[in-house]
Design a protein around this ligand. Structure first.
Ligand code: PMP
Length: 360
């Protein structure tokens, strides 16, 4: 069977060569006579693989030595709680900037653990832009400032993260990590769920600056305690070994593509093409401020929402899957993470032009 182009926001498409390698190695991983799912996480083969995967990730993102890399469970959502528990006490406060539903969810969860100061909120513009960073009401008392670098639902992305606070910057990079080079040293904590640019769901990469490792509250569960997990190489309990393995294959694949500079150029090109196609026609619309348009998640609406169901049906028949927009914003959304080839974007653009000809 042919693989189709899958525009799902996550779990998202994976590189075909990674899936083929996982298939080829499934029954006998590295000559062990067992699948990678069946070997001990404490055995030499898995430990070596885990170390190599971390080294490759460090190389890709140029992660400095004074940052720890953790592979945790619970998704990005558990980090919404892990961040306040690890970085602040119950009487402390933290700044949150709301640029869409994911950063709002992070703030809502954090309120259970400390005081949240919403330094800015894009609600009055329906989250189609980011409130002017020079007007953010950050607090001197904040223990950290939290942002979502890319909002997966509304398609709003910081192409440059503003410098507005002396507090450590904590960022949700779930839907943009590894899409281009980043300056890790700008951040205190970076976290990202796997199921977009890293691998299958089930693992969360957390990159923490070492000086932030020892602030956890005593009651912090040990599997999300950054110090405990750093000291145990993320193996204080059994890690999701299969997900970790596929993530390691994806890191190698990114390296073979030329690393993050090449990946970033390709992602910029893919996104520019798609926005240009949407903007060129009054049949399609993307409402997001061009300065903050995501390279990864591109929502668009049809001038006639009555055609939404037809668009979805016909696009699926044309081998373009999962283009339905999030229920909060409706319309369509094309998620074009690293593993979406440029040919997939071209195929979508051709379909869109042809659909407009027939229905416009
Ligand atoms: N943050 C962002 C930006 C996301 O896109 C998502 C999931 N789509 C989450 C957090 C939640 O991730 P998880 O389901 O892995 O907990």
């Amino acid at each position: 069977m042919e693989r189709i182009y899958n525009f799902s926001p996550g779990p998202a498409t994976l590189p075909t060569s990674v899936l083929e390698q996982a298939r080829d190695e499934l029954l006998d991983w590295q000559g062990t006579g067992m699948s990678v799912m069946e070997v001990s996480h404490r055995g030499r083969a898995f430990i070596e693989f885990a170390q190599r995967s971390e080294a490759t990730l460090r190389e890709l993102l140029a992660i400095p030595a004074h940052y720890k890399v953790l592979f945790l469970q619970g998704g990005a959502t558990l980090q919404f709680a892990a961040v306040p528990l690890n970085l602040a006490g119950p009487d402390d406060m933290a700044d949150y900037v709301n640029t869409g539903n994911w950063s709002k969810k992070a703030a809502t969860e954090a309120k259970r653990y400390l005081s949240v100061n919403v330094a800015a909120d894009g609600a009055d513009r329906d989250y189609v832009t980011v409130p002017d960073p020079t007007e953010w009401q950050v607090s001197d008392a904040a223990k950290y400032l939290h942002l979502a670098v890319n909002e997966t639902v509304v398609g709003v992305e910081f192409h440059e993260v503003p410098e507005v606070s002396d507090a450590p910057l904590v960022v949700d990079m779930s839907s943009t990590i590894l899409s281009r080079p980043v300056d890790i040293e700008r951040f205190g904590v970076i976290y990202a769920g796997a199921q977009k640019n890293i691998g299958p769901a089930g693992i969360t990469v957390v990159i923490v600056r070492e000086d932030l490792l020892d602030r956890a509250r005593p009651e912090t569960p040990s599997v999300i305690n950054y110090r405990v997990m750093a000291d145990s190489d993320s193996m204080s309990n059994t890690p999701p070994t299969f997900t970790w393995y596929v993530a390691g294959l994806v890191f190698e694949w990114i390296k073979k593509q030329g690393g993050l500079t090449a990946m970033g150029e390709r992602n910029r090109r893919k996104a520019s093409k798609l926005y240009a196609g949407v903007d060129a026609s009054s049949f399609y619309n993307n409402p997001v401020d061009p300065a903050y348009r995501s390279w990864m998640n591109i929502p668009f609406t049809l001038a006639d929402p009555g055609l939404d169901a037809v668009f979805l049906k016909e696009s699926a028949e044309a081998g373009l899957a999962n283009l339905k927009g999030h229920r909060l914003v409706g319309g369509m959304r094309a998620s074009i993470y690293n593993a979406m080839p440029e040919a997939g974007v071209d195929a979508l653009l051709s379909f869109m032009a042809e659909f407009e000809n027939r229905h416009g």
